[in-house]
Every structure is written in structure tokens, then in C-alpha cells.
Design a protein around this ligand. Structure first.
Ligand code: NI
Length: 258
């Protein structure tokens, strides 16, 4: 089974001691690509370093909504410059978070719009974090889509059918994390079944959100396999078919040379 983990945080301290082994296990599990996501300028620099060092790793860079309030003057200009790097395949993660009150919502919206504009300028997808802010995220996406469809991802999708429909109508992809595998989350499996075949992706969001059989442990890219298998069950696909489908979608969306 070929797999791509479209959302990992490989630069986090949790992977400090054994990252080469983590990446080796991912490759042994069939992963041909891992997109590591930056959340601050420092984290984005590490993401790019990892992408320069490991052929299966690519970077997405941005300032996470929860860190936007602490961004220093000039940080955004650094992100714009780093976005020119050839191993950068996406912009984000960006989006809106009303669960944590780390950044005023108007600042989050301002950064969200900047990320969308930068992604459009670079012609790469943007990656959306959405927590307790579905209506606001959908509204901002609708407003900024004027005149064209978006190229982007609703990361770790766990929204309502309405949010799925509104964002899919704008051209967005839905990416499913280990949350899809938790018994109680039938609604997420329903969303994964209902979405168009060419708009679904899988991810780990590691080190967070380990899938059901390893829940609570430090998550890692190799474990995206379990999420792909459960997604396949939800759609009536074999494991291999689920891997091929989501991998082809990720390759196409992020234009990955793997
Ligand atoms: Ni993330």
C-alpha cells in the first residue's frame, strides 16, 4: 500500500530523539511522502531543513492561528521569502481557532487571508486548521474564493455535513486524521464516505491524534495506514485501493514528485 501523510509535525520535540527511525518506519510502512507542517518561523525553518535532508519529506510553512499573536514584526515577510523554497509544497497551517483564546479573532482572520493570498501567488495549496470556528472558516473561504475555486485542505476534518458541503463546493479537499478511527466518530466516517473520491486525503497530525489501536501514544507517520484502512472500510474500498486513492489525490494536489 502506498501512502502519503499530508500533515505531520516532525519538527516537534517529541521526535527529537529518534526522528531518523520514525522516518525509516514510515518508509517501511509504504509512505512515499510526508508533509511536515511549520507553525512559527522557527518551526518553518526546521520543516524546510527536514525536507532538504529527507527525500520523502516536504514542507508546508505558515504561522498557526494560535501563534499569530506572538509573531514578531517581519515574521510574515520571512514566511513569504521561505515560501520560494523548492521543497515547500503548501502554505499553512492557517485557519481559525475559537477553542484556545491565544490570538484575537480579527488577527487570526488577517493571517488566514494572508496565507490564502500567498498560496494563490505561489500556486500551492493552503492548509486550514478549524477548531470551534466552522461558520467563520466557511464564510472567510467563501468571501476569498470570489472569482475562482480554492486549492486547499481542511486538515483533520471533523466538521458538520454542512461545513463539508460548503468547503467542498469551494474546491477544498478534506483530510482525515486518526480521529476518523475512533469508535464514537461515526460522523467523521460518514463525511469520508460522502466526499467526492478525488477530494479526500489522509494525515496523522503527529505527534498528536494517534489512531484507535495506539490511541494516547505518540503518533507517527507510519500510523497513517490505520486511518487509510478505516477510510477504505467506510467507502467500501480495499486497503490498497484506499491507499492508492488518497496517495494519488495528495500527489496531484501538492504536485509531489514522488
Ligand atoms: Ni497541525
Amino acid at each position: 500500500m502506498e501512502l502519503i501523510d499530508t500533515h505531520a509535525h516532525l519538527d516537534e520535540d517529541a521526535f527529537g530523539p529518534d526522528l531518523p527511525a520514525v522516518i525509516a518506519r514510515a518508509e517501511a510502512a509504504g509512505l512515499v511522502g510526508i508533509i511536515t507542517i511549520g507553525t512559527t518561523v522557527a518551526s518553518c525553518r526546521r520543516a524546510i531543513e527536514l525536507a532538504e535532508t529527507h527525500p520523502t519529506v516536504f514542507a508546508a510553512i505558515g504561522i498557526h492561528p494560535n501563534y499569530a499573536a506572538q509573531a514578531a514584526p517581519g515574521d510574515w515577510e520571512i514566511i513569504e521569502r521561505l515560501a520560494e523554497h523548492p521543497r515547500v509544497v503548501g502554505i499553512g497551517e492557517t485557519g481559525l481557532d475559537r477553542y484556545w483564546d491565544h490570538t484575537p479573532i480579527d488577527v487570526q482572520q488577517d493571517y488566514f487571508r494572508r496565507h490564502i493570498a500567498l498560496a494563490r501567488h505561489r500556486d500551492v495549496p493552503f492548509i486550514v486548521h478549524c477548531r470551534d470556528a466552522e461558520a467563520d472558516v466557511a464564510a472567510l473561504l467563501e468571501e476569498t474564493a470570489a472569482g475562482g475555486a480554492h486549492k486547499g485542505v481542511m486538515h483533520s476534518f471533523c466538521g458538520t455535513p454542512e461545513t463539508a458541503a460548503r468547503t467542498l463546493a469551494l474546491g477544498m479537499h478534506l483530510s482525515f486524521s486518526g480521529m476518523l478511527t475512533y469508535k464514537k466518530n461515526q460522523a467523521i466516517r460518514d463525511a469520508a464516505r460522502a466526499a467526492p473520491a478525488d477530494r479526500i486525503l489522509v494525515e496523522t497530525d503527529c505527534p498528536y491524534l494517534a489512531p484507535a489501536t495506539v490511541r494516547g501514544k505518540r503518533n507517527e507517520p507510519a500510523w497513517v495506514r490505520e486511518t487509510a484502512e478505516v477510510l477504505g472500510q467506510a467507502r467500501g474500498l480495499s486497503h490498497d485501493e484506499a491507499g492508492t486513492l488518497t496517495t494519488d489525490n495528495a500527489r496531484r494536489l501538492f504536485a509531489l514528485p514522488v
